[in-house]
Write a protein that binds this ligand. Structure first.
Ligand code: ADP
Ligand code: ADP
Length: 229
């Protein structure tokens, strides 16, 4: 499981202007979908619907056949892990930030969980130790480092579906490469949806959808899209 489908998905912030104009995408279990497109295309709007910030005005999003707007928050949380664009970290240790929500999550617990979630390498490569303090009185992490902590936090829950919104984050290319590498490793075991700003960052996606003015303008693999353009 972890089968995500967008069916004739429509949304408008105002009744007189439709932003998403009927999107159909099938994301088979265990595959990676990337959504790219120019600014204003509707990528963030789509991610807000996946996050259930808003309800579609038409069509639906389903997980294993179930409308995400008809399940409890609890089961949605268990099914889908979200890494938003600009994750907010607590002014606390990196360990606390990664293990947030877990009872008594010390380093040992986090490491055990990380092993289960097959993200041990990713966590081990974080540039600072678990005990490093971040925020006002501690380290000032770069956008990319924050993103990595946020990804670790989400992956630790081992959700069958991962949604990563990197559409407007200013990640340096090294961080982008590291995140892609991680996704390659963890995505093999789960369904993933990456909202990206550049085609070059989603080479590995099984399926790329190019949004333009709220519609699917093109779809295919990275190689297929390069050939067309
Ligand atoms: P992208 O993420 O691809 O740049 P967005 O989803 O942010 O695109 O924007 C798609 C369209 O929706 C744009 O025309 C934008 O002005 C509009 N829009 C985005 N957010 C809102 C909002 N909160 N209220 C009204 N219109 C919005
Ligand atoms: P927990 O409280 O277990 O740490 P989160 O608060 O990270 O879980 O996420 C729970 C749910 O809240 C997510 O599945 C998602 O639906 C929503 N959510 C979390 N963070 C965001 C965000 N930045 N933007 C939109 N929705 C979010």
């Amino acid at each position: 499981n972890g089968h995500v489908r967008l069916q004739d998905l429509r949304f408008g912030y105002d009744a007189d202007r439709e932003i998403l104009k009927g999107i159909d995408v099938d994301v088979p279990p265990g595959s990676m979908l990337a959504v790219v497109g120019p600014s204003g295309a509707g990528k963030s709007t789509l991610s807000r619907l996946l996050f259930r910030f808003y309800e579609p005005t038409g069509g639906r999003i389903t997980i294993d056949g179930q409308d995400i707007n008809k399940v409890t928050q609890k089961s949605l949380r268990a099914a889908i892990g979200i890494v938003p664009q600009d994750s907010v970290l607590f002014n606390d240790t990196i360990g606390y930030n990664i293990g947030y929500g877990r009872e008594g999550a010390g380093q040992a617990e986090i490491e055990a969980a990380a092993k289960g979630a097959a993200i041990h390498d990713f966590i081990a490569q974080l540039p600072h130790g678990y005990d490093s303090q971040v925020g006002e009185r501690g380290l000032k992490l770069s956008g990319g480092e924050k993103q990595r902590v946020a990804i670790a936090r989400t992956l630790l829950k081992d959700p069958p579906i991962l949604v990563l919104d990197e559409a407007t984050s200013a990640l340096d290319s090294r961080t982008e490469a590291a995140i892609q590498e991680t996704l390659r490793n963890v995505a093999a075991r789960r369904t993933s949806i990456v909202i990206a700003h550049r085609l070059s960052t989603v080479v590995d996606a099984d399926q790329i959808v190019v949004l333009d003015q709220g519609q699917v303008a093109e779809r295919g693999t990275h190689a297929q899209l390069l050939r067309k353009n």
